[in-house]
Design a protein around this ligand. Sequence first.
Ligand SMILES: Cc1cc2nc3c(=O)[nH]c(=O)nc-3n(C[C@H](O)[C@H](O)[C@H](O)COP(=O)(O)OP(=O)(O)OC[C@H]3O[C@@H](n4cnc5c(N)ncnc54)[C@H](O)[C@@H]3O)c2cc1C
Length: 255
Amino acid sequence: MRNTKHVAQAATPEQGSLFLCWQSARLVARHRSGSYAVVELATEREIPGEPGQFLMARTECGPPLPRPLSLLWTDGNRCAFLVKDEGLLRARLAEAPRGTLCEVRGPYGLAYRKTIDPGRRYLLVGGGSGIAPLDFFARRHPELVEATVFGLRCAADAAVLPERTVLVEELGQGTAGARALDMWRPGLGIIACGPEAMYRQLAAGLPGDRGVYVALEERMGCGYGACQGCVVGTRDGPVRLCKDGPLMPLESVQW
Ligand SMILES: Cc1cc2nc3c(=O)[nH]c(=O)nc-3n(C[C@H](O)[C@H](O)[C@H](O)COP(=O)(O)OP(=O)(O)OC[C@H]3O[C@@H](n4cnc5c(N)ncnc54)[C@H](O)[C@@H]3O)c2cc1C
């Protein structure tokens, strides 16, 4: 009985699952365009995830160790990811047939709304698969969003999200970051999720204004803070990205 109570307390939507509560899921839909795919899963139980949170996921076709994937949306027993067609897990998810058996656990990580200053409106600046949590945030919290600035490499990639305006930019062009810097004005916040070069571009172009947050990425083993695999140093000391992040204030990032 004591254990049952403990599990019930730990598995709140606020905290994520504390133990390895896998649930099986089936790939039920996939929209592929260019190098990206939106992959929709049907899960056994509801995934009460919020924007910025992620699931640890794996498929029957491998690899055996799960990988973190951000929620693009969640609705009852359905959820979706935006995956780039590269790497062991994501390439398989991007190609796997409908009905493919997956396993997921989570959600983990701090919802973006718990990290940000709620008194501001935000520009959401995303590149690559980093667009996923920002798109979720824009739909869940429209009152906090000034505008979205998303960038992908070609028109075929951009077509993976037909309802969004996505800038097409070549590697190293920094088009989305430059557009965000043009749109920024004092008092406006920024939430960015994308490559480190984008964060450096924003850091170089913005005054030391608080209210700028960037999502950091590291390899993750457990997803809930136990394995310490995703510890990064910040100006405020070491943090576990899976538990204390992945979103961090820009001023705390140590380049
Ligand atoms: C919180 C979080 C959310 C994420 N959300 C998404 C998402 O929504 N969509 C998505 O496509 N990706 C996402 N990622 C990235 C994804 O989890 C990793 O790239 C993961 O390794 C992919 O697994 P894979 O088996 O496809 O690739 P792998 O075969 O594991 O790796 C592919 C290549 O990337 C390299 N690599 C892998 N991880 C890292 C790393 N952390 N740092 C540097 N190099 C690395 C490997 O060495 C290899 O060369 C997220 C990562 C985090 C931390």
